[in-house]
Ligand binder design. Sequence first.
Ligand code: HEM
Length: 412
Amino acid sequence: MRPGERALRAQLAFFRDFIRNQAEQGDPYANVLGVPENPYPHYEEVRARGRLYRSSIGSWVTADHKLANEILRDRRLGVRKANGEKLPEIMSFDNSLLGADPPDHTRLRRVMTPTLNPRMAGGWRPRVKEICSRLIDDILAEDKPFNLMTAFAQQLPVAVIADLVGIPERCRADFFHISRRITPLLEGVVTYEQTQSTEAAIKEMTDLFVDIIALRKADPQDDMISRLVPLVDEGTLSMDELVPMVTFVPLAGSETTVNLVGNGILALLAHPEQWQLLVERPELAAGVAEETLRYDPPVQQYRRIAHERIELAGHTLPVDGELAIMVGGANRDPQVFPDPGTFDITRDIGADTLAFSAGIHYCMGASLAKLEAEVAFEALTARIPRLRRAGPIRRSGSFIIRGMREFPVAAR
Ligand code: HEM
């Protein structure tokens, strides 16, 4: 047994038992952490307990849209502890944007913005169309039932992100395999074996990106890494910051977009009249992306830490008090969205969904992700108008990322 293994195993087992126990006693947040097939009734229970409630797990929890929005924009809260210490669960992202508080976050985000912003997203449309078209050609050529996740939804964002970030063709298979091993990190409650495999994968990913950065330095192209490398030479950015920053982008942009496409198609097939409406009116594809982000968002919750003692919705949070924001619940808050449990691709959502967060950590890839999903929905309904379910789905087992591993479908 490795040093510390016994203690870590015991700690993880204790945590799992504790959560199970609290869930059995009816705590809705503990129930969410247990990754139920359908978390939405538990979010309703969270909201029924007030705008903010203290879970028996220790965190303060909200599914209230207005409060969630305020919390995400509140500068008295951050993503690290008040003394700047990182949380153990975000170990791989400690130097990425998502794991940084101001002033580091402000500087890193400014550096990244020219390489990833809403303006550049539109330019990707022809390339995204081409990738979707090629993937559907392959699916139709096979002429048999297929797993929508592996045959289509996973392929699209990985191809786009690899081009955007500048992952050379010959490193892409490695990148894909390693990132699959990192995703359990997003699942929160993990086993000892998963922590070991994830740690090893993070190290391999870092090594891979160190190599890619060296390649791009020697032979710059029109991509994110090539544009950021000169900043290291100028002294604006350190190598210790560049590596996690560029490693994080493909992870942030693929696991999420994959599930926006998957969850959207699942909702459309569960509501055949909505599928038919899209077949007849392909211009509604952007609306499908927006409604899926509201109705079944790929990222279901965010966490924030109080950097000072604060009063919030009748509660007093101490320094380092932890807030869990149930986005899946906030996006179904009836105060903001009438008839929130109905999937309606013609709904006028405006800027109200919190699926990409809000405030300083607002997703930098939101426009690109929406474009990818829009083109995907348009292409699938146009070329496979009789798409149908062909077997039971298997979910990915995370309370943060909601999506599927297996989604069997048939083209006719
Ligand atoms: C449907 C797809 C996507 C969803 C649902 C999503 C969601 C999110 C959310 C919720 C956050 C902030 C989390 C928090 O506040 O704690 C975030 C941050 C981020 N996302 Fe996305 N994302 C998606 C796609 C992408 C894509 C395609 C990219 C890159 C090309 C990307 C890059 C980023 C980056 C760099 C951040 C960090 C921003 C910061 O901390 O300042 N995301 N995303």
